[in-house]
Design a protein around this ligand. Sequence first.
Ligand code: 1CP
Length: 339
Amino acid sequence: MSKDRLVLKAIRREPTERRPLWIMRQAGRYLPEYRELRKIYSFKALSGSAELSTKVTLLPLKRYPLDAAIIFADIMSPLPALGINFDFDPGPVIENPIRDQAGVDALTPLDLEKLAPEVIEALKQTRAAIPEETSLLGFCGAPWTLAAYLVEGRGVKDFPTLRAFAATQPEALSMLLAKLSEAMATYLINQAHAGADAVQVFDSWAGLLSLGNWERLIRPHLQKMLETVGEAGIPRILFLQNAPHLMEAYSSLPAEVLAVDWRVDIADVQARHENRAVQGNIDPAILLHGAASTRAAAKDLLQRVNPKGHIVNLGHGILPKTPLESVDALVDVVHNEKY
Ligand code: 1CP
């Protein structure tokens, strides 16, 4: 029964027999079977087909007893519904980056039929294939993180074109974020209807602006999106990356779970926000060093963080060169904790 799904119990801050564990980017390149599939199919082909996406989503669960499945797709997957074309090399590359108001105006009205139907179908197929007690997670990119790619054109260190756009064309930015916010709220609700138990909003590039500019330019759109999803009754996991200066601001957004990277003291976040669950936050770099280092980091995390409302995860995506033994060690520590 869904009420026994550990991730959902932790989201509600109910007692659990052990802490739930899943891993950001758990279906990625550290898995040899994923690398084999990538020899045959491009990332776009894998994520663009419901059958292949389901197959890849299930790969990490075949190897490890993880408590959640997260659909193998990208934050860009729903953007064709706004008339946006892109490719991957290896990250997203946008065909026509948005650099002015005309670029925003050129977006099409939301085309519901193009709102990643392959992801919606993959959610249904995955739900049918995973154990009853495993949670199914949907996700999307936060409006600002999506805008980062749309304006910059691709992932670039510190996103200077985006920051100049925000400083000089705040009205165009606001219209862009409003469109993305509305589209992503619809997308997340569709994912929940297709079987997602909870949704994670990835704000990977949250930290690029000052607190004052974030409050003024970004918060209203992120807040609106989260509120719309919350009104539909869907549990929300909000992940921010590289944004310690915004931690308090994000803590006031409507989300059941605050998911943080390794730069943040997660025990402190938990202590200061007693009504929230927390997710994270082992530094993925530590897993590169092998099982013993991973085991030590995992034990330290469990010792510092109250189990009530704690979903164990890394502080960002697992790195491609991570040895499989490190993941075994992480699973072992979490599964054998006594409390
Ligand atoms: O388990 C999983 O792998 C889940 C699927 C997943 C998710 C949740 C992928 C597959 N991407 C994402 C989200 C995503 N995509 C984020 C948010 C999470 C994060 O911060 O890591 C971001 C920022 C992206 C953008 C993106 N897409 C990047 C980042 C690098 C850049 O240039 O900015 C990359 C490399 C991609 C392509 C991509 N998406 C996913 C994979 C496995 C890949 C690599 C494709 C490959 O070479 O096989």
